[in-house]
Design a protein around this ligand. Structure first.
Ligand code: ADP
Length: 399
């Protein structure tokens, strides 16, 4: 079975084709700058071929057509005909309270996703455009929606309700939804495998630390609580997002700085986080370099970031009445031994103790705990595309 995975953004789309027999990636790439000047497609196959070609790509349908042309190219393609693709798995950010798992896309599903546009105005519209563009180009093929919010639908009300009038939850759906669900689910499954126990018997805290960052308490294989909320702004301090702040700061700053709603949203989403604190960058490699060179604010940014992660780990260990393993994943979680070390250094009360040598390695699945540890610390590269492909296969096979 061959599955195409599509992740559509507003002006870009990423794609991967899997041969599900060996879960092998046959080809992957991305289309960038859709509808703007300088658009191009990048493509690489499993035989070492890679290319980057510029075209006028006026919309996502154009982009998808180019993806299919690349996949079926006589020399560098990986399939003879698009009919070899058995199904397409689409990443969709928000499915509200409607779906707690992946689903076959029907007209009803598309309508439900359109209803969620209000909750994810930047993400759901391009995700839906991607689905419709693929339907256009490949009528007849089955499409599956895999949602960032779905894994977190298992949260109990006590985790997802805010201390606001209950009316707002009922009228507008104001509650915690959580994001990065596909990644949290994937690393939970890998962690269970590594620990040699079913996820249903484990308490795991998964830290997805990328440009956006979230942390999840996974109790018995299910999301019990997560740090992102109504939007992906809540929780951890991120590259450019502020994470948790006192909500009263918002009207205070609007008043002091004469900011509009749009301005303050922009500050909280694009100018805050470790970029806002350090003034250096949102990229942890650059902040770590600046800190090493003696930049005080860069050092404080890294410490504040790590402290917030550690505080959430403590909160989630308390929420689950214990923890068996802490997982680090995504760009920073997988690559920065420095951050992992800072997060873990004051977690001895939980039985955390990491091996410095193991913590300096990267690029593979690792248990970085030392022999004294009673709570394992794992570094597990995430693979959201593979998770989407697996879910798609499962849904197609169940039809
Ligand atoms: P996204 O959320 O966009 O998928 P990623 O999970 O790819 O992001 O994470 C990207 C971030 O990972 C970069 O901004 C950078 O801060 C961080 N990163 C990547 N490599 C390293 C590294 N070697 N050391 C520290 N941070 C890294």
């Amino acid at each position: 079975m061959k599955i195409l995975v599509i992740n559509c953004g507003s002006s870009s789309l990423k794609y991967q084709v899997f041969n599900m027999e060996q879960e092998e990636v046959l080809a992957k790439g991305n289309v960038e700058k859709i509808g703007i000047e300088g658009s191009f497609i990048k493509y690489e196959n499993n035989r070492g071929f890679s290319s980057k070609d510029e075209y006028i790509i006026k919309d996502h349908s154009d982009g998808i057509k180019l993806v299919f042309a690349a996949l079926t190219d006589e020399n560098s393609g990986v399939i003879k005909d698009v009919s070899e693709i058995n199904a397409i798995g689409h990443r969709v950010v928000h499915a509200g309270e409607k779906y707690a798992g992946s689903v076959l896309i029907t007209e009803d599903v598309k309508n439900a996703l359109k209803e969620c546009i209000e909750l994810a105005p930047l993400h759901n519209p391009p995700n839906i455009i991607g689905i419709e563009a693929c339907e256009d180009v490949m009528p007849g093929v089955k499409h599956v929606g895999v949602f960032d919010t779905a894994f977190h639908q298992s949260m109990p009300k006590t985790s997802y309700l805010y201390g606001l009038p209950y009316d707002y939850y009922e009228k507008y759906g104001v509650r915690r939804y959580g994001f990065h669900g596909t990644s949290h689910k994937y690393v939970t499954q890998r962690a269970a495998k590594m620990l040699g126990k079913p996820a249903s018997e484990l308490k795991i805290i998964t830290c997805h630390l990328g440009n956006g960052a979230s942390i999840t308490a996974v109790k018995n294989g299910k999301s019990f609580d997560t740090s992102m909320g109504f939007t992906p702004l809540e929780g951890l301090i991120m590259g450019t997002r502020c994470g948790d702040i006192d909500p009263a700061i918002i009207p205070f700053l609007m008043n002091k700085e004469g900011l509009s709603l749009e301005d303050i949203n922009n500050v909280m989403n694009k100018k805050s986080g470790v970029l806002g604190i350090s003034g250096v960058s949102n990229d942890f490699r650059e902040i770590e370099e600046a800190a090493e060179a003696g930049n005080e604010l860069a050092k404080i940014a890294l410490e504040t970031y790590s402290y917030r992660v550690r505080k959430y780990i403590g909160a989630y260990a308390a929420a689950m009445n214990g923890v068996d393993a802490i997982v680090f994943t995504a760009g920073i979680g997988e690559n920065s031994g420095f951050i992992r070390d800072m997060v873990c250094e004051e977690l001895s009360y939980l039985g955390v103790s990491i091996d410095k040598e193991l913590n300096s390695q990267r690029g593979k699945e690792l248990d970085i705990s030392n022999s004294e540890a009673t709570t394992r610390v794992l570094v597990l590269p995430t693979n959201e595309e593979l998770m989407i492909a697996r879910d798609t296969k499962e849904i197609i096979e169940s039809l």
